[in-house]
Design a protein around this ligand. Structure first.
Ligand SMILES: [Zn+2]
Length: 84
């Protein structure tokens, strides 16, 4: 038994490309994990597969990643940049 089998079992009978809705429900977690440097393609293989196949979702996902990055930056406890 490998990871893929257990994931498929947990998610039920899904095709490798699970479709926009199935991928989109995990976009937030996927973007969070990706920005944090986690192995999200292993954690959410159906999302990785779908992003590789669907340019529309890719665009949505890129926007989400940008949002997560901005939030991460603004929530960091860094001093403001020096003024010139
Ligand atoms: Zn899609």
């Amino acid at each position: 038994m490998n990871v893929r089998d257990s994931v498929d079992r947990a998610l039920g009978p899904v095709a490798p490309d699970a479709g926009c809705e199935s991928a989109a429900v995990n976009f937030a977690q996927y973007a969070d994990g990706a920005v944090a440097g986690e192995d999200v393609s292993r954690a959410f293989p159906h999302v990785a597969n779908h992003l590789a196949a669907c340019p529309d979702c890719n665009q949505d996902y890129e926007g989400l990643v940008n949002c997560v990055r901005e939030l991460a930056v603004s929530s960091e406890d860094t001093p403001p940049p020096p003024e010139h």
